[in-house]
Design a protein around this ligand. Structure first.
Ligand SMILES: Cc1cc2nc3c(=O)[nH]c(=O)nc-3n(C[C@H](O)[C@H](O)[C@H](O)COP(=O)(O)O)c2cc1C
Length: 54
């Protein structure tokens, strides 16, 4: 599941037949990863570098 905000809200309203005042602001993608399309991830900071637990 991945949240996505980079979409055209007008196109989504049309696609989903939203004709009221509701505004699509976030979509959640749900699906199964295509393993053969997996790309190498860039460097990810370890949580310990920027998260402190109290
Ligand atoms: C609030 C929010 C909005 C996001 N919007 C987008 C988006 O518009 N486009 C996109 O490609 N990824 C977006 N992401 C990131 C994806 O949900 C996802 O985490 C990312 O594509 C996974 O990449 P990775 O597999 O390299 O970690 C968003 C994440 C968050 C938390």
């Amino acid at each position: 599941m991945c949240p996505v905000i980079g979409f055209d809200p007008r196109a989504v309203r049309e696609l989903l037949n939203i004709y009221n005042e509701d505004e699509p602001i976030l979509m959640i993608r749900i699906g199964k990863e295509k393993a053969e399309s997996r790309k190498l991830r860039g460097y990810r900071k370890p949580l310990s570098e920027f998260v402190t637990y109290y």
